[in-house]
Design a protein around this ligand. Structure first.
Ligand SMILES: Nc1nc2c(ncn2[C@@H]2O[C@H](COP(=O)(O)OP(=O)(O)OP(=O)(O)O)[C@@H](O)[C@H]2O)c(=O)[nH]1
Length: 319
């Protein structure tokens, strides 16, 4: 009967050099050693030789990378020797190899070679599959986020995006900068649907979004709150300037001839404008003020712009 070792100590008692080499040569990972200063490749295991070839006296950057005329600018050697002479802990990083295009997790450390010089030892495992999955997940998350924040029909930011944009503006603007909000509600939109059909209503919503967007500056944020209601956040804009812009939007819409299924028709909107200094720009108060102004526009016969200041300072604030 054969007896087998029972503890690690028994196994590691007297490891033979050829056994250690056999382990290195059969590893499913790149292991290489290069001179810290000259970058000469001193050892590369079978895994590495199969993918990058034998070193033949070349430097590590000549063996492992493409298009290098000197040491790589991403080389971790400078980090491997601590200022106090003691090597810091192993450096772990991820890198896409320039020769095979695959991703590797690299574990680098410095050690003293048998002839006394300092060398770098790298163990690199192929993590391409994991990276591919991570990238697919990231892309899918971005797409999900895009869908969650975009209105499908008009491609404008939706209600959720509106609340987030408003909050961001509050953080970005200085306390004395004005902020304006315009609520826009199409007039008698139900009639468009009833008389011309739901598809015609959808067409109108898309055209309105494009018409308005064409009048805006890059920092102005037009959102579709839902149904036939839109909101416009205007950073650093006073009440007079916001009202003037709202009047331009109002005019652009009422003077635009819609056309659906060969039939021309007109659409109008009621707009409510509110503005305040950023320091006072509580979203609920702003929404209420813009809503009041918008309902005043509806009550006064629709097809017009009304405004309401939250703070008297806004009345004379320049754009
Ligand atoms: N085509 C289409 N219609 C929508 C959409 N969302 C909401 N609506 C319609 O918009 C209409 C809104 O009607 P109301 O709330 O009565 O408002 P209105 O007819 O515009 O009347 P006022 O606002 O008082 O001028 C309803 O008929 C909804 O079905 C949409 O995405 N597409």
């Amino acid at each position: 009967m054969t007896t087998s070792p029972t503890t690690n100590e028994d196994v590691n008692d007297s490891p033979k050099a050829e056994d250690l080499l056999r382990i290195l040569e059969s590893l499913d990972a790149l292991v290489y050693v290069s001179d810290m200063h000259s970058h000469e490749m001193l050892f590369i295991n079978a895994y590495g030789r199969q993918r990058w070839g034998a070193p033949n006296g070349r430097k590590c950057w000549q063996v492992l990378q493409d298009g290098q005329s000197g040491p790589c600018d991403f080389c971790t050697n400078p980090q491997l020797l601590g200022a106090d002479g003691h090597p810091p802990p192993t450096i772990v990083w991820e890198f896409r190899n320039t020769r095979d295009g695959r991703w590797y997790q690299c574990r680098d450390q410095a050690m003293q070679w048998h002839d006394g010089r300092m060398v770098r030892v790298e163990i690199a495992t192929d993590i391409t599959e994991r990276k591919t999955l991570e990238e697919a997940l990231k892309a899918s998350n971005q797409q999900t986020r895009k869908l969650a924040y975009r209105d499908d029909l008009t491609q404008l930011p939706n209600r959720r995006a509106f609340f987030e944009s408003y909050r961001k503006q509050m953080e970005t603007l200085t306390p004395d900068q004005p902020l304006a909000l315009v609520l826009i509600d199409l007039d008698h939109f139900k009639m468009v649907n009833d008389v011309r059909g739901h598809a015609a209503g959808d067409h109108v919503l898309k055209v309105v979004a494009e018409l308005f967007q064409a009048q805006l500056k890059p920092l102005d944020i037009l959102c579709r709150l839902g149904g036939e209601e839109f909101a416009l956040v205007l950073p650093n804009t006073s009440l007079p300037c916001a009202t003037a812009l709202a009047k331009r939007l109002h005019e652009a819409l009422r003077s635009h001839t819609m056309e659906y299924a060969g039939q021309p028709f007109l659409v109008t909107a009621s707009l409510g404008v509110a503005a305040t200094t950023c320091a006072e720009a509580d979203l609920n108060d702003m929404l209420k003020a813009a809503d009041r102004a918008m309902y005043r526009a509806k009550a006064q016969g629709r097809d017009q712009v009304c405004s309401e200041a939250l703070s008297s300072q806004n009345e004379s604030r320049p754009e």
